[in-house]
Design a protein around this ligand. Structure first.
Ligand SMILES: Cc1cc2nc3c(=O)[nH]c(=O)nc-3n(C[C@H](O)[C@H](O)[C@H](O)COP(=O)(O)OP(=O)(O)OC[C@H]3O[C@@H](n4cnc5c(N)ncnc54)[C@H](O)[C@@H]3O)c2cc1C
Length: 381
């Protein structure tokens, strides 16, 4: 076999690109393999583009640490490389007294996570910031913002390439095996199928990361996290947004509630809601095309959106919601279970020197991508 590649990163989403950049900047020779014809077409292209401050995650969890660190890294990077972004600020609103304890809990958790600038507001003060809002109290997070995820990924790829990384598109990884010295041989499909020898492999394949890992002989199956697909629909608002900050209701079990986010053009959209997919059989597929996922927006959900939104914005006009898009979260736990954490399955855990798997990289994975990349480079040092 030819001389092995130094590092192969599987997946050119925000996380794979950030990991590739961090590894390339640490002096590694990096090859990124992406199954699709373009980078950034997976989960990273179907999200809310919110720079989360770090309110929602238990102190000490990877989500908390990597979100808070990742946000700072992302802001620095965005400023340096002119990636469009804006610190809009966000209000988490209690619309009835029974919800106030929930936002007080978020306030305490956010402070424990090191989120700066948090303020608890009474309803009058919240309405003075956002007159269209109905709230009895709110948590104000000035550190929350929005970012152009495609511009971010373009800049991450550019930086990775500037440090020698290469991107191969239309290169789906279909399986492989771990060799005795901990390096790996990957089976790569596409126009010119091949077997590729790599000293180190980073699995950043998003939705298909667990299925792919279980097709690599020698990766301990118990190190591969389960995956549960959870779809979220978005509706956009026709006309001008009455809000200049992001507005979130109190969190529901698997999502953050039907919230209002803004894009950089000021257009408001609502979502994502929560629809668990019965796609566990499909989740055996290790490339996105073979998952057969349906990204259409189910218009029958409009009424439920209107009902949820009117709790904090009674003035939502009739017929103002238009179906927009949907995204699918790769969760490590199913319906009813407490939210799972990010999983970074590194050589220290699996005993496989050349393998690192990333599982359950749902929200706040976009915010955290650069901190995840940093953690990957550190774990493989
Ligand atoms: C509805 C929704 C809303 C969200 N909102 C936010 C938010 O507001 N803020 C935030 O911080 N995070 C948010 N997230 C989370 C964030 O979008 C993800 O955590 C992040 O984009 C994950 O990036 P990734 O690189 O891991 O995955 P992906 O972007 O999916 O990248 C994986 C890549 O791997 C490729 N691939 C897959 N299999 C193979 C294979 N076998 N061979 C080669 N390539 C392969 C895919 O084509 C894809 O390009 C949201 C997620 C969802 C679903």
């Amino acid at each position: 076999m030819d001389k092995p590649e130094d590092v192969v990163v599987i997946g050119a989403g925000a996380v794979g690109l950030a990991a590739a950049r961090a590894l390339a900047m640490a002096g590694r020779e990096v090859l990124i393999l992406e199954s699709q014809q373009a980078f950034g077409t997976g989960v990273s292209s179907r999200n809310s583009e919110v720079l989360h401050a770090g309110l929602y995650y238990p102190p000490g969890s990877l989500k908390a640490q990597l979100c808070v660190r990742g946000r700072v890294m992302l802001l620095d990077f965005a400023q340096q490389w002119r990636v469009p972004h804006r610190l809009t600020g966000k209000l988490v609103v209690a619309t009835e007294p029974a919800e106030v304890h929930a936002i007080e809990g978020l306030f305490a958790q956010g402070q424990a996570n090191g989120v700066g600038g948090l303020e608890l507001l009474n309803g009058t003060r919240a309405q003075s910031l956002e007159p269209a809002l109905r709230a009895v109290a709110a948590l104000y997070s000035p550190a929350t913002g929005i970012i152009d995820s495609h511009a971010l990924m373009t800049a991450l790829l550019g930086q990775a390439q500037a440090h020698g990384a290469q991107l191969a598109l239309c290169s789906p990884v279909l399986g492989g095996e771990v060799l005795g010295d901990g390096s790996l041989v990957l089976e790569v499909g596409g126009h010119e199928p091949m077997r590729l020898h790599a000293r180190t492999v980073v699995n950043a394949a998003g939705l298909t990361a667990p299925a792919l890992a279980s097709r690599i002989r020698g990766v301990p199956l118990e190190s591969v996290a389960p995956v549960h697909f959870c779809k979220g629909h978005y509706f956009s608002l026709q006309g001008r947004s009455p809000f200049s900050r992001l507005v979130y209701p109190v969190q529901t079990s698997a999502g953050l509630g039907t919230h209002l986010t803004l894009d950089l053009g000021g257009q408001a959209r609502f979502g994502p809601d929560v629809q668990w997919l019965q796609a566990q059989a499909a989740a055996q597929a290790c490339v996105p095309d073979a998952l057969g996922l349906d990204y259409s927006v189910d218009e029958s959900r409009r009424q439920a959106f209107e009902r949820d939104i009117r709790r904090y914005w009674p003035g939502l006009p009739e017929g103002a919601l238009l179906p927009a898009y949907s995204g699918i979260r790769p969760k490590t736990v199913g319906p009813g279970a407490p939210a799972g954490d990010f999983i970074i399955s590194a050589p220290a855990q699996t005993g496989v020197a050349g393998w690192l798997g990333l599982y359950g990289i749902e929200s706040p994975g976009l915010t955290a991508c650069m901190a995840i990349g940093e953690a990957v480079a550190k774990a493989l040092r």
